[in-house]
Design a protein around this ligand. Structure first.
Ligand code: KIV
Ligand code: ZN
Length: 391
């Protein structure tokens, strides 16, 4: 694998599915997992097998059908969790156990009522135990975002010695600033003995709207895996959005960081996840929102019609959207009206357009959006209608 390849670890079916009230059944999970595999994700985190019989069944069923991606199951640093995950993953072509423990002061003191040394031992033991079942073991240091870097480096060193292949550095609470998260990854890259034996992974939550920025800062500073979900779904404010990080890396080639994602599938898979979970995607959502390629102001419409790149940095086809939308509203100009009328078969002269535009504005003042039927109607009621259709 090239050093410029950023692995995409999709956790839609595990962290993403933690959205309250959005539980998926096994059949829905299988459909999504299959699409994720075709999309080209490197890892599918299929669930948390010990958490419920349903989750176990889903991880096992996904393991049986996935052809290319690594299939991963989450565990705590608890032997039974690890044993159950290994059992659920036994049919996977490429199984990975994702085990870990909280490493920040608040996790150690309040959640575990323990000490740094005890947590370090538990982490080491969990990875060693997981290694007795599978070769590929990822370790997460929960709340790494608020964990002291020196201690975090000691934990990373210990789990690498135990055989961890991937070190997940979660900003569990979405607290870090991009500069802080990037510096943390850099610190680990420079200070953990044996770091070359493992890949650093970014797992960022979006509580301050910084999940995507933090993940990108992480890979710029040496991480080579991003954990993310379709549409950025997940607990609270969600996780890093897969479609955002993938398109950022694609649109900034000078970063020299690639993924294997087939970006033309992004819009379709976004719709699939949103429909299966019953979660509506906000219209202004980057990349996959209904308005991501829609232009409504006259100035922008004129620019896009003359040259799409004037107001668009992504070709909509690259993410599976058929074309940019020129939305007609009371703020649209003549260029947009002429463009939409032309798509409906009306080639308007300047005089005809002037006439239609006046009626259009009256119409648009009373309606939020003017659609194709409305355009036909406006033209049919024009005094120049006969002239328009005979030209
Ligand atoms: O946010 C987090 O810390 C997690 C871990 C369990 C990986 O989801
Ligand atoms: Zn998480």
């Amino acid at each position: 694998m090239s050093n410029n390849n950023v692995q995409i670890f999709d956790t839609t079916l595990r962290d993403g599915e933690q959205v309250p009230g959005c539980k998926l059944n096994t059949e829905q999970k299988l459909i999504i997992a299959e699409q994720l595999d075709i999309l080209g994700v490197d890892v599918i985190e299929a669930g948390f097998p010990v958490s419920s019989p349903g989750d176990f069944k889903s991880v096992e069923a996904i393991s049986k059908i996935i052809k290319n991606a690594t299939v991963c199951g989450l565990t705590r640093s608890v032997e039974n969790d690890i044993k159950v995950a290994a059992e659920a993953l036994k049919y996977a072509k490429r199984p990975r156990i994702h085990t870990g423990i909280g490493t920040s002061d608040s996790h150690i003191k309040y959640k575990f009522k323990s000490t740094q040394e005890d947590i370090l031992e538990r982490a080491f033991h969990a990875v060693k135990y997981a290694k007795s079942f599978v070769e590929d073991v990822e370790f997460y240091a929960e709340d790494a975002g608020r964990t002291d870097n020196e201690y975090l480096a000691r934990v990373c060193e210990a789990v690498i010695k135990a055989g961890a292949t991937v070190l997940n550095i979660p900003d569990t609470t979405g607290y870090c600033l991009p500069s802080e998260y990037g510096a943390k990854i850099k610190y680990l890259k420079e200070n953990v003995k044996g770091i070359d034996k493992a890949i650093l992974s970014c797992h960022c939550h979006n509580d301050l709207g910084l999940a995507t920025a933090n993940s990108i800062e992480g890979v710029i500073n040496g991480a080579r895996q991003i954990e993310c979900t379709i549409n950025g779904i997940g607990e609270r404010a969600g996780n890093t959005a897969l479609e955002e990080v993938v398109m950022i890396l694609k649109q900034h080639p000078y970063l020299n960081l690639d993924t294997r994602i087939k970006t033309e599938m992004l819009y379709g898979i976004s719709q699939l996840v949103s429909e299966s979970m019953g979660i509506y995607t906000q219209p202004n959502k980057a990349i996959v929102g209904a308005n991501a390629f829609a232009h409504s102001s006259g100035i922008h419409q004129d620019g896009v019609i003359k040259k799409r790149e004037t107001y668009e940095i992504i070709d909509p086809k690259d993410v599976g959207v058929t074309e940019s939308a020129i939305v007609l509203t009371a703020r649209s100009g003549r260029a947009a009206l002429a463009y939409r009328a032309k798509n409906l078969g009306y080639e308007l002269t300047k005089l005809q357009l002037d006439d239609i535009y006046t009626s259009f504005l009256d119409f648009a003042d009373n309606k939020k959006q003017v659609d194709d039927d409305d355009i036909h109607q406006i033209i049919e009621h024009s005094k120049l209608y006969k002239e328009i259709i005979s030209s």
